[in-house]
Design a protein around this ligand. Structure first.
Ligand code: GDD
Length: 332
């Protein structure tokens, strides 16, 4: 049985990746923040039933340098997926030092902990389209120059360079996924797609009356998180390590997310959406759209779910969850 290690096991990507690995008969070890209750997190369903014996959860603070170094020799994974990091670009403007330290030093510690093992596992590092900032070319690929415009993007550029350097200098099997936005019903509620699908569902049920948003004209290349974790796994199965852009290749605006989510429930979003200047960011990347040709060619990877279908699925999931919560909360 192959053994994999995932940092950020209870995140959107960590939980889907764990499902994928368990379906392929892996034993999965992963970290969650100390204080997280795994049973009530996104991996709760994996800790009960047939997969329970193959998942081990480690409460570990990755800002604490010694933790990983001490844990890894005991686990001895063959594959290591580093997914834990602050992921909100807007918040990285409010706390740039904390965000850059967690993202940059976090990846560096992983590289060093892995490198010092007697048999280093194959390593996946998550990078982001934010490294391209305001690129001169669209779509972007693995050769596009890095030009980040956000603290988060700067830190991810550092991670991308680290992966390239450690591959070259230390001969590590490190793959870097340059991931464009990827969403799902498990997406955190602070990200714009989920914020919108949840609000549309809450408004439909009469639980919410307005929705405050920032820049409605922002465009993103939105894909499905389940497709993106499959790409991560494929990278570590390839004969050679490398960097891969993982993207849908199409952009849509925040307005289009509103159209699909509210339209799906028969609502006109114009009646409910308010503009909140505090949600505008000091800087936004422009024209971020990815060319995943290399992943298609080398990994035989392709996205399976289109934008509108994904947003409708998220809206349905939020409606069902809110209905269930209301039912539970209702007095007998
Ligand atoms: N979060 C949020 N909240 N975004 C809003 C809002 C709002 O109320 N209103 C408008 N937006 C706009 C943002 O300004 C941005 O242009 C766009 O919606 C998407 O924002 P997010 O969903 O927060 O995602 P992101 O693009 O900043 O970052 C995500 O994708 C990156 C990959 O490109 C995150 O998942 C990052 O971790 C990831 O690296």
């Amino acid at each position: 049985m192959r053994r994999a290690f995932i940092t950020g096991l209870a995140g959107q990507d960590g939980s889907y990746l764990a499902e994928l690995l368990l379906a392929r008969d892996y034993e999965v070890h992963g970290t969650v923040r100390p204080g997280t209750n795994p049973a009530t997190s996104r991996i709760g369903h994996l800790l009960a039933g047939p997969t329970a014996g193959r998942v081990t959860v480690h409460g570990l603070d990755l800002n604490e340098p010694a933790g990983l170094r001490e844990l890894l020799p005991a686990v001895q994974p063959e594959e290591f997926y580093h997914l834990a990091a602050p992921s909100h670009v807007g918040q990285s403007f409010e706390q740039p030092e904390a965000a850059c330290a967690a993202i940059g030093l976090g990846a560096l510690r992983v590289l060093e902990a892995v490198r010092r093992l007697p048999r280093p596992p194959r390593l996946f590092l998550a990078s982001s389209s934010e490294i391209f900032g305001r690129p001169k070319q669209a779509p972007q690929d693995e050769e596009t120059p890095l030009a980040p415009v956000t603290p988060y993007g700067c830190a991810m550029a550092f991670v991308t360079h680290l992966a390239r350097a450690w591959r070259l200098v230390h001969g590590l099997f490190v793959c870097c996924g340059i991931l464009y936005n990827h969403e799902s019903p498990r997406r955190g509620e602070q990200f714009v797609t989920r914020k919108i699908t949840r609000a549309a569902a809450a408004i439909k049920l009469g639980l919410q009356h307005t929705l405050e948003l920032g820049n409605l004209d922002a465009r993103r290349d939105w894909g499905d998180a389940r497709d993106y974790v499959r790409a991560m796994w494929l990278m570590l199965q390839a004969p050679e390590p490398g960097d891969y852009v993982i993207a849908s290749g199409q952009t849509h605006s925040v307005r289009e997310v509103l159209d699909v989510a509210f339209g799906h429930l028969g609502l006109d979003w114009v009646r409910y959406v308010r503009s909140d200047p505090r949600l505008l960011r000091p800087a936004e990347p422009h024209t971020l759209v990815g060319n995943a040709a290399r992943a298609r060619r080398v990994l035989n990877w392709a996205p399976t779910r289109a934008f509108a279908e994904l947003i409708r699925e998220m809206t349905d999931a939020d409606l069902a969850a809110l209905r269930a919560a209301r039912f539970v909360a209702a007095p007998a």
